[in-house]
Unconditional design. Structure first.
Length: 153
């Protein structure tokens, strides 16, 4: 499978205020180091991680690089699809980056976007609406799961 690691996933490796998610994320990263899946992230994820203050920034980037994610570029086509998700009210405009993460996955035929963002991404109703849009444009459906769900699959 092709898995896309979204920004919230490495962030929860260091989330002392969410011990259950932190533990699940640590297990997920152990699994990523031995799984046979292709791992991806994007230039947007790296940009978002770069915005963190030091020393967290270095720790986040080190975690992503440790699992050998291939970095996907952000294209105009992806921005266009993300704009459709926003225009149709699936994702609020102020969370355009979340829509871009989905578009990157859809347009690169990634099998699953992995995230802890359950408000805008790992949300059944939103996934259904994004997949209706994808179907309308003859694009593949998106699957979105939390790291915890990935370990249970």
């Amino acid at each position: 499978m092709k898995l896309y690691i979204e920004t919230t996933v490495p962030n929860f490796l260091f989330a002392e205020d969410a011990p259950e998610k932190k533990a699940a994320t640590e297990e997920f990263f152990k699994w990523l180091k031995i799984c046979q899946d292709e791992l991806f992230t994007s230039a947007l994820v790296l940009e978002e991680l770069e915005a963190a203050a030091q020393p967290l920034r270095s720790r986040l980037l080190k975690a992503v690089h440790a699992v050998s994610c291939k970095v996907l570029p952000i294209t105009r086509e992806q921005h266009g699809l993300a704009s459709v998700y926003v225009t149709e009210g699936v994702i609020p405009v102020r969370y355009m980056d979340d829509a871009i993460h989905v578009a990157v996955c859809v347009l690169n035929s990634v099998d699953c976007l992995v995230t802890w963002n359950m408000k805008h991404l790992a949300n059944f109703r939103r996934i259904e609406r994004m997949n209706q849009i994808n179907l309308r444009y003859s694009l593949p459906p998106i699957k979105i799961h939390t790291p915890e769900e990935m370990l249970d699959l």
